[in-house]
Design a protein around this ligand. Structure first.
Ligand code: ADP
Ligand code: MG
Length: 383
């Protein structure tokens, strides 16, 4: 049984359709990442899953049960927001006990006096104490249970927010960019923290982010979205090695995949006046072909190389263990569709690179690692 099924989900705000015909199915224990640029509909989709937003069409099934008409409280989910939303006047312990209190307290809160007594009893009940103790241990919050949110760092607060979601032991955890308010270093450590938690508690997670690294490192499944439409759904590896279109190819990977404009001469593929020494059958008949190659599958040489593309170095960046070189082709173009991008082939080389700007170079593409797209539609051409 799938943990979550989204069938033909759509959403309109007025006349504007922001989610279009989404179909996704994940298994229990999966960590699904909804990935895409700002405004593509990730939060809207997550909020529909949570029941915080109505759906305009389709159905949502959680744990085999159709839930799209149920209120949030009946869906067995927990939501961790981008802002931590802790109660500032309650200790960490009380912040974490709160959801359990609410579960048991529903019946009592109409009766002020008995209600007040019941609240304290529930808070000190073995069930609540045991759960809060267990979860705070997993999250490394044991020492902080009596502190107040304002005395905690951003990362610690985020862990309390997670803890508050965890004590309820929901079927599904939903998280909307929970790390985006943290600084880079903390984000990296929280990333592995959340992955570890996911393995440890084994629940089903749905996690929204615009950060491809978060998606690639945390997700067991990724749904890459654009303008309310899923461009590709698969594992990180599938999306990286086998992108369905140029959008996916350019969204994942830093620097992004090069898309080089090719022409055809008979059965041969050319870039400018250079004939590429391959022509897969599927390419021979296609017109308007883009050659996609990742920056690490291109090598540069400062001396002429047979069959290489000649150009000039227009940028060199040293990023720790690697260098990134941009080569503008003398005779040939790239088809990088984002505004302001260099019309240049990006190359990554290990180590420190001694090339300088303006220097003529020859770029050799490892054609064994190249893939092809139709220029007009951006769709992958399978070879
Ligand atoms: P993301 O989380 O991927 O950044 P959102 O789901 O927040 O994107 O938004 C998707 C689109 O829906 C955006 O164009 C946004 O302006 C629009 N939108 C979101 N919420 C509302 C709303 N309550 N009313 C009208 N438009 C909305
Ligand atoms: Mg959002």
């Amino acid at each position: 049984m799938s943990a979550i099924e989204l069938n033909n989900i759509s959403k309109k705000f007025g006349a504007k359709e922001v989610i279009r015909d989404i179909n996704v199915s994940i298994n229990e224990g999966d960590f699904l990442v909804l990935l895409g640029p700002s405004g593509c509909g990730k939060s809207t989709l997550l909020r529909m899953l949570a029941g915080l937003e109505s759906i305009s069409g389709g159905e949502i099934v959680i744990g085999g049960k159709r839930v799209d008409q149920l209120p949030p409280g009946d869906r067995d989910i927990a939501f961790v927001f981008q802002s931590y939303a802790l109660y500032p006047h309650l200790s960490v312990r009380r912040n974490m006990s709160f959801p359990l209190l609410m579960q048991e307290f529903r019946l009592w809160h109409h009766l002020p006096v008995i209600g007040g007594m019941a609240k304290r009893r529930i808070e000190n009940s073995p069930r609540v104490v045991e759960k809060v103790t267990k979860i705070s241990k997993i999250l490394g919050l044991t020492e902080m249970l009596d502190r107040f949110p304002r005395t905690l760092s951003g990362g610690q607060r985020q862990r309390v927010a997670l803890g508050r979601a965890m004590v309820r032991e929901p079927e599904v955890f939903l998280m909307d960019e929970p790390l985006s308010n943290l600084d880079a270093k903390l984000r990296t450590s929280m990333r592995s923290e959340i992955s570890r938690l996911h393995k440890e508690i084994g629940g089903t997670f749905v996690y929204v982010t615009h950060d491809q690294v978060e998606a690639m490192t945390m997700g067991t499944k990724i749904a890459l979205m654009r303008d309310g439409v899923i461009q590709q759904f698969g594992t990180a590896r599938e999306i990286y090695t086998d992108p369905a279109n140029t959008y996916v190819a350019r969204f994942i990977g830093t620097p992004p995949m090069n898309l080089i404009v090719t022409n055809r001469r008979g059965n041969e593929l050319t870039v400018g006046s250079t004939i590429l020494p391959i022509a897969p059958p599927a390419i021979q008949t296609a017109s308007g072909v883009l050659l996609g190659v990742r920056p690490n599958a291109v090598t540069v040489s400062s001396a002429p190389v047979e069959g290489a593309l000649s150009g000039d170095v227009v940028m060199v960046e040293h990023v720790g263990a690697d260098s990134i070189i941009a080569v503008r082709l003398k005779d040939g173009r790239t088809a990088h569709d984002e505004d302001g991008d260099l019309d240049a082939v990006m190359v990554t080389v290990p180590g420190y690179c001694d090339l300088s700007i303006g220097q003529p170079v020859w770029a050799t593409i490892d054609l064994g690692q190249a893939i092809f797209f139709a220029a007009k539609t951006g769709e992958r051409i399978r070879t």
